[in-house]
Ligand binder design. Structure first.
Ligand SMILES: Nc1ncnc2c1ncn2[C@@H]1O[C@H](COP(=O)(O)OP(=O)(O)O)[C@@H](O)[C@H]1O
Ligand SMILES: [Mg+2]
Length: 362
C-alpha cells in the first residue's frame, strides 16, 4: 500500500508558474480525484507525481521517501491516459505483456498476470485481437490492464474516459469504482467532470489556476463548500449564486437585496448592513409555493421535463438565471409566474472575497 505526499510543490515553465505551492496527502488505498476547469493544472500535477515533470521547488514523497530525483520508471507508478496509446500491431495480450517482457520476469508469471487482469476486466475473449478490432471502451480496459499487470504502487489516471460516449462513460465509471474496491490500490484520477469526481472519489481535490481551492469528501464539498468557486463547480446543475447587498431588516435581522428581491434572514455573525455578499442555493433547495410564502417571484423561461423530475429555468426581478429542481412532473409554460421559497437551512453565504461565511442558516 502506498501513501503519496506533496509538500509545497511549485512548477514553473520558464518564468510562468503554473502550480503554486500545493500541499496534499493521498492516503494509502485512497481514490483521490483532481477536478477543476481546463488548464487549472490537473495533468501537470499528475505528471509531477508520475515523475514526468520536474518540479521547481517542494517535495514529492512516496511512502515517506522524497522522490524528486527518482525517474518515472523507478517510481513504480502506472499511468493511464485519455488516449490509450496501445501498440496497433500487437495483440491485446502482447500489449499487456510487453512492458513485463522487458523485465526479467518469468514467462509463466507474465502469462498469469495478463490472464488475471484480463479476467478482472472481462476482456479474456479479446486477448488475441488487435486494438483496431476493439471498441473504445474495450481499448480503455486494455490500457488499464496494462497498468494492472505491473502491480504498481499506485494508479494515475488522466481523464481516461473523456474519449468515450456518455453511456459508456457511465458504465466505465462504475467499473472503475468496482476495480478500486477489488484491488484496493492507491488511485489518483484527473477529470474536469464533477459528476465523475463525486461518484468515484474518496477525496476530491478542487483545483483552480494552479492552486487548491478545497480538499474533502464529495458530500462535504457539496454541503459545505469553502468558497464561491467550489460552490459553483461541484453540483450539476450548478448552485444558484446571486450577488446581494445587505440591509437592516425591519424584522430585526438582515435583508439580502438582489435586484427587486428582498430576502429576510436572522442576524448572521460576520454579515453587516452595507456588505456585499453572494448568496447561494441549490436547485433542489427551492420550493414552489404560493405568493404569501414566497421569497422570490420569477418567470419561467423554459423547463426540462425528465419524467421523474423537472428543471425550471427562471428569471425576473434582476435574476437572470435561476434553476429550480422539482421532483416529479410539473406542467409549466414559458412566461408562467413561479413563487419560490428558499430553504434557509441549505442556503450559503459568501463574502466579497469569495470565502464562505456560512453554509446553512439556522
Ligand atoms: N509544457 C508546457 N509548457 C508551458 N506551459 C504549459 C506546459 N504544459 C502545461 N502548461 C500550462 O500549465 C497550465 C496547466 O496545464 P494542465 O496541467 O495541462 O491543465 P489541465 O490538465 O488542468 O487542463 C496551463 O496554463 C498550461 O497552458
Ligand atoms: Mg489535462
Amino acid at each position: 500500500m502506498t501513501e503519496i505526499k506533496l509538500k509545497q510543490v511549485r512548477k514553473a515553465y520558464g518564468n510562468v508558474e503554473v502550480i503554486h505551492g500545493i500541499d496534499l496527502t493521498v492516503d494509502s488505498g485512497e481514490f483521490v480525484v483532481f477536478v477543476g476547469p481546463s488548464g487549472c493544472g490537473k495533468s501537470t500535477l499528475l505528471r509531477i507525481i508520475a515523475g514526468l515533470e520536474e518540479i521547481t521547488s517542494g517535495n514529492v514523497e512516496i511512502d515517506g521517501d522524497v522522490v524528486n530525483n527518482v525517474t518515472a520508471s523507478d517510481r513504480g507508478l502506472a499511468m493511464v491516459f485519455q488516449s490509450y496509446a496501445l501498440y496497433p500491431h500487437m495483440s491485446v495480450y502482447k500489449n499487456m505483456a510487453f512492458g513485463l517482457e522487458n523485465t526479467k520476469m518469468p514467462k509463466a508469471e507474465i502469462e498469469k498476470r495478463v490472464r488475471d487482469a484480463g479476467a478482472l476486466l472481462q476482456i479474456t475473449e479479446l486477448l488475441a485481437r488487435k486494438p483496431k478490432a476493439l471498441s473504445g471502451g474495450q481499448r480503455q480496459r486494455v490500457a488499464i490492464g496494462r497498468a494492472i499487470v505491473r502491480d504498481p504502487k499506485a494508479f494515475l489516471f488522466d481523464e481516461p474516459l473523456s474519449n468515450l460516449d456518455a453511456e459508456l462513460r457511465v458504465t466505465m465509471r462504475k467499473e472503475l469504482a468496482a476495480l478500486h474496491t477489488k484491488i484496493g490500490g492507491t488511485m489518483i484520477y484527473v477529470t474536469h467532470d464533477q459528476t465523475e469526481a463525486m461518484t468515484l472519489a474518496d477525496k476530491i481535490v478542487v483545483l483552480q489556476g494552479g492552486s487548491v481551492e478545497q480538499i474533502g469528501r464529495p458530500l462535504d464539498l457539496y454541503n459545505a463548500p469553502s468558497n464561491v468557486f467550489v460552490a459553483g463547480f461541484i453540483g450539476s446543475p450548478r448552485m444558484n449564486l446571486m450577488s446581494a447587498e445587505v440591509e437592516q431588516s425591519a424584522q430585526g435581522g438582515i435583508c439580502l437585496v438582489s435586484g427587486a428581491h428582498r430576502i429576510d434572514l436572522p442576524e448572521i455573525a460576520g454579515v453587516a448592513p452595507g456588505d456585499t455578499v453572494t448568496f447561494g442555493v441549490r436547485p433542489e433547495h427551492i420550493l414552489v409555493t404560493d405568493r404569501d410564502n414566497a421569497d422570490v417571484s420569477v418567470t419561467v423561461e423554459f423547463s426540462e421535463q425528465l419524467g421523474g423530475q423537472t428543471y425550471l429555468y427562471c428569471s425576473g426581478g434582476g435574476l437572470d438565471d435561476l434553476t429550480v429542481h422539482q421532483m416529479g412532473q410539473m406542467k409549466t409554460e414559458k412566461g408562467d409566474t413561479l413563487h419560490l421559497a428558499l430553504d434557509r437551512t441549505k442556503m450559503h453565504l459568501f463574502g466579497a472575497d469569495g470565502a464562505v461565511i456560512v453554509n446553512g442558516i439556522t
